[in-house]
Design a protein around this ligand. Sequence first.
Ligand code: ATP
Length: 340
Amino acid sequence: MSADVLAVDGITRRFGAVVANDRVTLRVRAGEVVGLLGHNGAGKTTLVSQVVGLLRPDSGAIRVGDVDAVADPAGARRRVALQAQAQAPINGLTPRTAIELAGRIRGLSPRRARAAAEELAAELDILPWIDQKALPDGGGLSGGVRRLTSFAMTVVAPTPLVVLDEPTNDIDASRRRRLWDAVRRIGDEGAGVLLVTHNVVEAERVVDELVVLDRGKVVAAGSPAALRGSQDTDLRLELQLHPGGADPSEVLAEVPVPVARRVRTGRRVLLTVPAAQAAAAVAWANGLREKGALDGYALAPATLEDAYLAVTTSESTDEADASDEPTASDEAATEEPSRA
Ligand SMILES: Nc1ncnc2c1ncn2[C@@H]1O[C@H](COP(=O)(O)OP(=O)(O)OP(=O)(O)O)[C@@H](O)[C@H]1O
């Protein structure tokens, strides 16, 4: 396997009483995209800030390539390209100028920087705005185009380690797909990529490994397939409860099919069931809906989101309306033991 471009070993970082990172260990190898997932406040940005030398860990070690990032943060920073969560300050610049400038700062020739700006703008589908100036107070360019410009500035020149903190914020669905493809390309060209995201379902397409943080701790790590943990033939039966309505799967013994995993998020209950039991599961859910005991239900392939929600448990169940397609990380979830 390729060399580690990032090795984080047992780092702990506290803010007063809050343990933002609790003995976190992870690896990013050359050519690998590692997704870092977690709810708000899980400790993702704290981890990124230590990797790029903006914060010092209380204990533990971080190496970027062969550089000790704790002892030599400036040396580590030279080997990392970071797209921060905050928008890049590009007011007064066009995307073309901003990307070219970033390329020049990172050592590209003027000709190469010019070509790279065009190539990236085409890849990310922002050519229509490439010569439009970003104005103060968010004018001139949309949030999505600004975010894509920041991404292009980050990856314009090759760097051993690329760290992306929520790169898809503000971006529409079709350009998000282009961005994910670009992330995969950068990995395939040899960089190690640490990708912080809330978007579990979309990230699954591009990541080689996932690390899930919950309240500062690594609660799961491995390939998407390993994390999903369920058979490829498993299905997700999603029950939509009425506001304040009882959960008919609360007592698993009363569900007439085996349930490998049960996760509740707000008014949604996700049951992982074997595909062979699909007909029985639908008949049960349909009967409940006809009796008015359910608002609705859906049957779909089990996804990484189910597994992610299962490992990021919370004491309280979010009772907010979950009827919109929610982002997993925005929700609290409770998991029930399986009986399968
Ligand atoms: N400078 C700080 N001072 C005090 N507490 C902090 C500081 N930075 C982070 N924290 C706390 O540390 C914990 C982890 O925060 P962090 O920003 O790393 O989470 P995150 O996973 O990046 O969240 P989000 O997805 O919302 O960006 C939180 O409880 C947060 O309130």
